[in-house]
Structure formats: C-alpha cells, structure tokens
Design a protein around this ligand. Sequence first.
Ligand code: ADP
Ligand code: MG
Length: 726
Amino acid sequence: MSTSRLELVRSSFERKALEVEAPAGPASAYFGELVFDRAKMRKYLEPNVLKALLSCIEGGEALDRQTADGVARGMKEWALEHHVTHVTHWFQPLTEGTAEKHDSLIDYDGKGGVIEKFEGKDLAQQEPDASSFPNGGIRATFEARGYTAWDPTSPVFIEGDTLCIPTVFISYTGEALDYKTPLKKSLRAISDAATPICRLFDPSVTKVSTFLGWEQEYFLVDEALYAARPDLMITGRTLMGHMSSKNQQLDDHYFGAIPSRVNAFMRELEIAGLRLGIPIKTRHNEVAPNQFELAPIFGEANLANDQNQILMNLMNTIARKHRFVVLLHEKPFEGINGSGKHNNWSLGTDTGVNLLAPGKDDAGNLQFITFFVNVLAAVQKHNALLKASIASATNAHRLGGNEAPPAIISSFLGRTMTEVLRKLVDLPSDTPITIAGKKGKRVGLVEIPEIFLDNTDRNRTSPFAFTGNRFEFRAVGSSANCAGALTTLNAAVADQLNAFKRALDGEIASGKSLQVAVMDTLKPIIRSILDVVCFDGNGYSAEWVEEARRRGLDTETRVPEMIREFTAPESVAMFARTGVFTEKELVARNEVKWETYSKKIQIESRVMARMAINHVVPAAFEYKSRLLKELALHKEVFGTTDGCEAELQLVRQINDLVEKIRVQVDAMQVARSQANAITDEYGKARAYYDIAEAINALRRPIDRLEELVDNRLWPLPKYRELLFIS
Ligand code: ADP
Ligand code: MG
C-alpha cells in the first residue's frame, strides 16, 4: 500500500527532535577518547617502542617489524578496553568515499579455543581483494593485487566495534591507487621546496607543514520525503522539481536560528566527532533553506583530510538516526545555492611561523611576500590544472552557476595586498617592508598591517581568495575528497618554489643582499600575477569571462575537457619533477575520472527517463483524464463545451508537454546506446557531456507539468516540501 505524498509531508512535518545523550563533563573531557593519540601511545606503548614510533611519525621513516609488533600490542590492549571485536584497514580509493574490510580479531589458540590476535603485520600491511576498485588499467584484474599499509602520521581510531587503521593503497608495482598516497608525496614536496627558502631567513627551520581547515556545506532532507524521490536516492540530486515560490531570496535562513531537529542532529554529530579527535568548532545555517555548514579548527593537512572523510561518513549515519538524510552533492536543488567545501590552506614552519601571514618584523614580511607571491605564481601557471583538480560531474553544476565560483581560477587579494604588490614593483628593491603603524606613517616604505582588518570586503565570488593569513580554495566540491585539490595545489606551489629558489640562488651568488636578491627575483613575477591571475572584481559577471580569456586564463567549462589538463606536457613534467605523480599514474587516474563522469551521467539519464515515464507522465494523464471527464460531463449537461476554454487549454498543454517528454526520452536513449558503444573513456565522457545537457533540457517540460497538474495528484515531494521541512 502506498502512502500519498501529502500524507508523507504531514508525518514529516510532525516529526520531533530526538533527545541527545551527551557524555558527562565538558568536551575537553572526551575529546579524542576514541583515537590512539600521543597520550594513549605514552600510556600503552613500551618506552623504546614509543620512541621508535615517534621518530617514524616525525621523520617519515618506515616502521620496522619489531616496532610494529610493539605498537600492535599496545593498540590491542587499548582496543579491547573499548570492546573492539574487529579491525580494518581504512583507505581512500578513487571512488570518493572510504573503503574498509573488517576482520574479526579472533584466531585459534592452538588448544581448541580462540584468542584475540593483533600483530605488527596486521597493522602494517593488508591485501584487500581490491580488483573492483577503480584503477584506470594499472591493475588489470588478472594481477588484481594492491596492498594497504598503515600511515603512522594519521592516528588509528575506533568506530563502533572496529579498530580503524588509516592506510595508503598502492599497487604491487608501486602506483598510487588512492588519494592519500599522492597527498603525502605533495606534502613532502612542499616541505622539501619551502624549507631551504625559510632557512635563508631562519636557519633553525627544518620542516614546513601544510595546514587545511575545511568548511563542509551540506543539505538535510527528511528521510521519508527523500525515500519518495528516486532521483535523490540514486543520484544525490533532484533531476526535476519546480522552484518553490519562496527560496533564498529573503536571506532569512543564513545565520538564522537552527531548527531543533537539526540542532539535535548537529549536537550528536559534534559529540561523535569530538570523541574521534575532530576539533569541530563552527556550525551554522547556510544561504539556502535546509543548507548548513560545519567546520573544525584547521590542522595538519593529511590528518585534517582524514577527519573530513571520517566526518562525512559520520554525518550519513547520524542523520539517519534523526530521520534525516544528508545531501553532500554539490547541487541537489536547481535555482538555489549549491554546496562547496572551502579549503583554507596555509604553510607553516616547525618554528611556528605561518608563512602566509604578515611577519613580526621586516624580514618576516619579506618572507611572507616571498611565499604569498610564489603561491599566486603557481596558481597562475597551473590555473587550468587546478580547475581540473576540482572538476567532477557533480561539481560541474556548481561551477559557473551564478551562485558559485566560476569555472575560471583567479585570485582575490583584497585592497591592501594589491596595493602592497603595486608598491613593491615600483619602489627600489631595498625598500623595507614594514609593519603598518609601527614607525608612524612614512612615505617610501611598504607597509603591511599585522592583522588584516579589511577582510570585510572579502570577495565571495573568487575561487581562490586570500583571507588574511591563508588562502581559501573555494571551488572544491562538497562531496569531494580535499586531497584531489590539495595534492595539485601543493605540487604546483612546490615546483614554483623550487624554480624561485634556483633563480634566487643566482641573484645571491652575484653578491646581492637577501632582500635585494629576493625582490629582484620577485618583481617580474609580481608584475605578471597582477596582470593575469589577480582579480578582485565580480567573478560572476559575463565581462569577466571575456577579460579572463584575454588574460590567458583557462575558461573551459566542459568537465571531460578540463580533466585532460592532467596529462598536458607541462602538468606531467611538473608532477614528475616534484615526485607526486608519474605519467602512468596520471594517465590511469584520468581514465578513472572520465569513467566515473560517464557512469554518473549514465545513471542520471536512466533515472530521469524512468521517472519521466513512470511518475510524471502517469500523473499528467490522470489529470488529463479528469479534465476530459469533466468536459464530457459538461457537454452532457449543457450540450456544448463552450465556456470550457480553461479545461481545453490545459488538456492541450498537457498533450504537448507529454509529447515533448516522449520525444526527448527516446532521443536520450538513442544517445546513450551510442555513447555506450564508444570504447575510449575520453570519447565516451565527451558523448556523456552532451547527454548531461539533454537531461537539463528534459527537465523543462517536466517542471512545467508540475506547475499545471493538480497538486494532489503530483507523486513526487516538491521543492517547497524538501526544502522547508526540518
Ligand atoms: P569563514 O568566514 O570563511 O567561515 P572561519 O573563521 O569560519 O572563516 O574559518 C574558516 C576555516 O579556516 C576554519 O576551519 C579555520 O580553522 C580555518 N583557518 C583559520 N586559519 C587558518 C590557517 N592559517 N590555515 C588554514 N586554515 C585556517
Ligand atoms: Mg570560508
């Protein structure tokens, strides 16, 4: 027996907030209790094992077998205290999302019983039967062997009854099959490139870390309404749906009071996150109705990214308890804001200096300018590649949409930094770069404020914005693994820093002071970035597309084309120089990207066609037949259909729209079988790009029918119901 849409809506509307059971004590009392962190290491590991493990974490050395056994012993003791029964290697394959294969801890004890067993080898390496993970031809199924290996820089954690070990996932021939491996290589590349430059300013620097602070946007939808929308369930977004009369035009949701049912969900999510050591800090409503955001305090990039992956999983499970479904899709609803995942990104030394924040003295400011300018130079040189790094079938709906960063990578600096750069190119290279206000207002100096106060003019339309002490890569999609974007950004910046250092060494060798050598090297770079990549205007305007093209920035909007940038000769050379990807890996990963793109659109196209034929057309016919019965009745009583223009016109409109739907569904099916016959992944993705356009076109007659058909007959929850019930 089926429930009508209106009954579903009523029961969803009446749902009450759940009581959330909070652990005793303040957050600091349970923060990280489910993570095998430094405190647990000290408690559960023997001193020599602890020492070996820490040097492995800090120095990046491999874990020897004896140490691994010692670590496993301590972990097992801790895990059993938490009633753990299973263990899994937890990894991030190219599917987006995480993978795990749980094994019980039990083993025969040799005396007819069982014991809990967990040894160094279980910790260090596993071979998941991973032939079905995407690998782009690196591992044909006959040699379907890849292995996972513990990444000791990311701590082991407990989820439910399972001990989760964060791992990299690599083929037996050494190619990365995941997101984590290249991310870690890029972090090393940044450190290796940045450290020698920092040492010119402070010889005690030995390492540079990358920091990530992600902001996760998402939508919540009541689960009963969700279950009545096959498109949401299967593709994560609404393929049809007429815009609600009220959407976000009143801006009354943004930073408004959080509804109590949502608040209960957030509270439980935060508690679960905090117990897993995720320092969740911010929660608020976003711009669109039923859209929210959550952000932790930033941290070391590899760990912060793992935490984002853990949190996305937690969101899904905890939302279900509260009878919500989380939508992580970049554009679940047409006509209102999509969801992104701003990646706040910065670099810092092991001496505690943020390289993207103004310095504490003139030298510190020179160092800041050095890194600031080189980051922008890297973004400029590899703007097309950075765009490729965030391109996906789902993010495509957000890029270039008029409420999201456009499909052009440029950078917003703000008034202060733009002026600083202009002055730097005009003034002599030995001009001190001082802290504003420190020496009184003086001409002939370049002044940088210690803290930026003009962040209020922060430009929301920029995909890569400077925000005072970090850059914010805003074009990253809400469902994406941040590592895709970060790996590319880090590699590009590392490569640029290496090139800069070589040029700088030449200037220093010619006898110039550090300041003059740095500024002489930077000046031509600054001129170029001011002309090309720096743009503080309205990124959503049509003029910007023209202007960007004139400046030589990439303006491609088709995802299959964008992705090609990964295998362009400059990209291949850059990734090879920095040791982040081999050409073989890049080729394979592109195959995976195109394949994923095609599959996603293929699924959308099928769902769209079935919904059109099985949901929409029958509702239209039912309404039409009512209208026809009414007309027949009218004729019976009055002997004419004169005066029934409204009914007649509706019938004609319905016929017309249904016919459009029929023709378009048929055409889409033909296009699909043609696309499916294409064997190379790039060609197939190109064909599916056209089908994506056809899906958008098919939506029009469907949405028009939604406007016409009797509300009681419409089978699918409408936008106003999906977006305003919480
Ligand atoms: P917004 O106005 O963009 O929402 P927030 O103050 O909420 O700004 O900060 C967004 C994110 O930026 C947070 O996750 C925060 O921890 C992170 N962040 C702050 N400083 C840095 C930094 N130096 N490096 C990286 N991330 C940072
Ligand atoms: Mg932000």
